[in-house]
Design a protein around this ligand. Structure first.
Ligand SMILES: Nc1nc2c(c(=O)[nH]1)N[C@H]1C(S)=C(S)[C@@H](COP(=O)(O)OP(=O)(O)OC[C@H]3O[C@@H](n4cnc5c(=O)[nH]c(N)nc54)[C@H](O)[C@@H]3O)O[C@H]1N2
Ligand SMILES: Nc1nc2c(c(=O)[nH]1)N[C@H]1C(S)=C(S)[C@@H](COP(=O)(O)OP(=O)(O)OC[C@H]3O[C@@H](n4cnc5c(=O)[nH]c(N)nc54)[C@H](O)[C@@H]3O)O[C@H]1N2
Ligand code: SF4
Ligand SMILES: [Mo]
Length: 731
């Protein structure tokens, strides 16, 4: 086998030197399967959904007997249009990972676990929970998850227990992005019609590594068709390599760029007056505000040449309305900077100046599927819990516009230390590794009287839980009906078991249903998963049999361009946000400095930025040997640093550096490259696993959370994970 001129043998020797644990290698015997390519009659194909990241791509999985062979993308799925990524392939092997938990576990000492029966686990959890509820009230309980398909069941479970505390990963991911769009346009996640765009601008968004396969697919076909793609990023990202122009920006200053672009468009009369007149409110105030944001001023702030800013504004306007600025995700527009919310608002407003809403090549509201619900006469809903969340995130005095159902998960440790939270359920989430300031998170979670984790391996969080109730792997379980597959049309999809569970594990639904009676809430789970899914599908006229056979069902209702409409209080695109005004927050997009700035006089001082790599998800895939192998082979765990800055510190490519912040310190090797802004270093975000039980991933690389203090952004309360200053020195 030849890989980039390296023989398979040499590659294995090389990778062994890179990391001794790698040669755990494949748990699937690929070669033997490959040899059987033409065997057909006993090969089964099951449509289901990948769980390698939040995209939940539709895949068709090939099995032979009880063995998983391969997966291919489902071409019908609007979400991934037949594509699948490296993780989509490699995570099939994860099913056979020896690190998997094989039965419910009870922690009997530090990192010491004993297998117990499900019955015993439910009983003991029930008894402990009853006592905690009695002593401290249901407000002392919480649930934390990555909120996908099972989220309504978790909400039901917590309502039944009487607790308002349901947290998601929102405060570490997307919060300002969703809220900024919602405030401005009434929709928190507009779609992009890249297929028809002539100009695509990405601001701190990298769909080529923070993958969204549909977007990536459409971006590259847009480029083939002659569209221009421009990427604004402090580093030369994978998306920048797809585009024609990379604009290197000083991190945390994209807001200045957007405000100046707005000014150029208005000053030079390049904006869509018709659209502004008919469909927006507050334009006068907005244009008055941006008057001060000259390209010269923005050039100072962003370090982008003045002419580049002016040209960008003119090119966007010339291509409008078939020009679009991406809605963002976790980079500049996510939970990264103190000014991220203002940035998202400004991006939405500039899209407005281009009049691209509901237009070909612009932004649109994806058609939504409304799923059905259980018949309440047979399956009564638990009483709704209206009380405030314990973190203050629903308190109108503190975070009045932070949406319910997400909360600020990074507040949990402090609340546990204060005794306000006593017991928690953590599902498909790993706060010890994905939340800021691990020392504090560990301390907080260890204070809980009861922590139940539903992980499939002993992650950092599962390792400190009192009980681990292992969910079956995604290839082994049926889940509820899923709707997040609709881009241009309405689609529903389903995850279903491809093989039987290898070990004594259960799907989440079954765990909740079986545990409920032990917690005194059995009456609210008096239905089967099939009944629940059938009720979801009922109004759509799709049977459970059909969706299981097809995996994804397209319901039509394709988006068509037309008159824009906005679900804001004014019914218009709001340059001046009536909601922000109501709560006395700055209501017109306005410049705001980032929270922290590196010391320009100190050669050791940098901002630490971070981002996804295409072959890893968060911090949870480096334990998969093939995916770790990709890292090692390419030496991709290194921190990027600019050659001028590296030289001043005596650092050469590959040298070991010590990186430290006010809360953490670590060592990592340097990737010296001019593909990065000189004022920052870039750390890929998939590493830094410290759970000893994850034997392949353990100890490799660093995590940005090791350097990030616990912050609460003033308006929404998010983590501000880009506001990190580090000291870098040669080790
Ligand atoms: N492979 C893979 N794909 C994923 C995921 C994953 O973990 N792995 N996770 C999914 C999830 S949950 C998310 S939230 C998305 C995230 O998707 P993205 O938002 O695209 O992800 P990031 O890599 O965090 O950030 C994108 C870019 O922002 C840049 N950046 C950092 N600071 C600044 C700044 O101040 N200004 C500008 N202009 N750019 C900046 C980074 O260099 C990076 O290239 O990806 C999704 N898809
Ligand atoms: N270090 C680091 N921190 C991050 C990020 C990062 O890239 N690196 N990204 C940030 C972003 S954008 C986001 S969205 C959040 C996401 O952060 P989380 O919500 O914590 O992340 P997930 O990757 O969804 O979930 C991680 C846990 O789910 C477990 N898991 C995996 N598959 C299954 C399964 O089938 N069933 C069950 N029950 N559990 C499973 C994994 O073993 C792992 O312990 O993290 C944020 N924080
Ligand atoms: S992008 Fe990759 S890992 Fe994520 S769901 Fe799709 S195939 Fe799976
Ligand atoms: Mo995310």
């Amino acid at each position: 086998m030849k890989k980039r001129g390296i023989t398979r043998r040499k590659f294995l020797i090389g990778s062994a030197a890179g990391g001794a644990t790698l040669l755990a290698g494949s748990y699937l015997t690929f070669n033997s399967w490959a040899a059987k390519q033409n065997v057909s009659e006993d090969i089964r194909i099951t449509p289901t959904l990948c769980d390698g990241c939040g995209n939940w791509c539709a895949i068709n999985v090939y099995t032979k007997g009880d063995k998983v062979w391969k997966a291919v993308g489902n071409p019908i799925a609007g979400n991934n249009v037949g594509r699948i990524c490296a993780k989509g392939h490699a995570l099939l092997h994860e099913m056979y990972n020896p690190d998997r938990i094989r039965s419910p576990l009870k922690r009997v000492g530090p990192n010491k676990f004993e297998p117990i029966s499900w019955e015993q686990a439910y009983k003991e959890i029930g008894a402990k929970l009853a006592k905690i509820k009695q002593d401290h009230g249901p407000e002392s309980l919480f649930w934390l998850h990555y909120p996908e398909g099972n989220a309504p069941l978790a909400q039901r479970f917590m309502n039944a227990l009487g607790s308002p505390n349901v947290f998601s990963h929102g405060a570490t991911c997307f919060l300002p992005r969703n809220i900024g769009w919602w405030l401005t346009t009434g929709s928190s996640k507009p779609e992009h019609d890249f297929e028809n765009s002539r100009f695509i601008l990405l601001i701190g968004r990298n769909p080529a590594a923070g993958l969204q396969l549909r977007q990536l697919n459409d971006m590259s076909s847009a480029k083939t068709r002659g569209a221009k793609i421009v990427v604004v990023d402090p580093r030369y990202s994978e998306a920048a390599s797809v585009g024609q122009q990379w604009i290197r920006i000083r991190p945390g200053t994209d807001l200045a760029l957007m405000l100046a672009i707005a000014r150029v468009m208005i000053k030079e009369d390049l904006y869509n007056k018709d659209f502004v007149e008919k469909y927006t409110q507050g334009f006068e105030e907005f244009s008055k505000e941006v008057e001060q944001y000259t390209p010269e001023w923005a050039s100072e702030k962003t370090s982008i040449p003045k002419q580049t800013i002016v040209d960008l504004a003119r090119e966007l306007a010339a291509a409008a309305p078939k020009a679009v600025i991406h809605r963002g995700y976790h980079g500049a527009m996510g939970t990264q900077y103190k000014n991220s919310l203002q940035l998202v608002r400004a991006v939405a407003c500039v899209n407005g100046l281009m009049g691209n809403y509901n237009q070909l090549g612009g932004l649109y509201e994806g058609p939504k599927v409304k799923l059905g619900k259980l018949d309440k006469t047979q399956h009564p809903d638990p009483p709704k819990v209206d009380g405030p969340m314990v973190d203050g995130s629903t308190d109108p005095e503190r975070y009045p516009i932070t949406p319910k159902g997400h909360g600020l998960a990074h507040a949990i440790p402090e609340l546990a230390i204060q005794g306000k939270l006593r017991a928690g359920f953590v599902y498909h989430n790993n706060p010890l590794r994905t939340n800021p300031n691990p020392a504090r998170v560990i301390e907080g979670y260890k204070k809980l009287d009861l922590l139940v984790s539903f992980d499939y391996v002993l992650s950092e969080t599962a390792s400190v839980a009192h009980y681990i109730l292992p969910e079956s792997f995604y290839l082994e379980r049926d889940d509820v009906v899923h709707t997040n597959h609709c881009y241009r049309s309405k689609q529903v999809a389903i995850r279903q078991a491809v093989v039987k569970p290898l070990y004594d594990t259960k799907p989440m639904f079954q765990i909740l249903k079986e545990m409920a009676p032990h917690l005194g809430i059995g009456e609210y789970f008096n239905f089967t998963l099939e009944e629940y899914s059938a009720a979801q599908l009922a109004p759509l006229g799709v049977s459970l049999d059909r969706i299981k056979k097809e995996g994804v069902v397209d319901l039509g209702g394709e988006w068509k361009p037309g008159e824009p409409s906005f679900k804001t209080p004014s019914g218009k695109l709001e340059f001046v946000s009536s909601t922000l005004q109501e709560y006395n927050f700055p209501a017109v997009p306005t410049w705001e400095e980032p929270l922290v700035t590196p010391d320009a006089k100190d050669p050791h001082s940098f901002r630490l930025i971070h981002g996804k790599q295409a072959h890893h998800t968060h911090a949870r895939t480096v334990n998969q040997s093939y995916l770790k192998e990709i890292t090692i082979m390419n030496d991709w765990g290194r921190v990027w640093i600019h050659p001028d800055r590296a030289k001043a510190l005596g650092i050469k490519d590959g040298d070991c550096m010590t990186v430290s912040s006010s809360i953490g310190k670590g060592r990592v090797r340097a990737r010296v490259t001019d593909g990065i802004h000189p004022e920052c270093v870039f750390l890929p975000s998939g590493y830094g696993v410290f759970a000893k039980n994850l034997k392949t991933g353990f100890g490799y690389g660093l995590s940005y959370n090791d350097f990030l203090p616990t912050y609460f952004e003033p308006v929404l309360g998010h983590t501000m994970s880009g506001e990190i200053i580090v000291r870098v020195e040669k080790t």
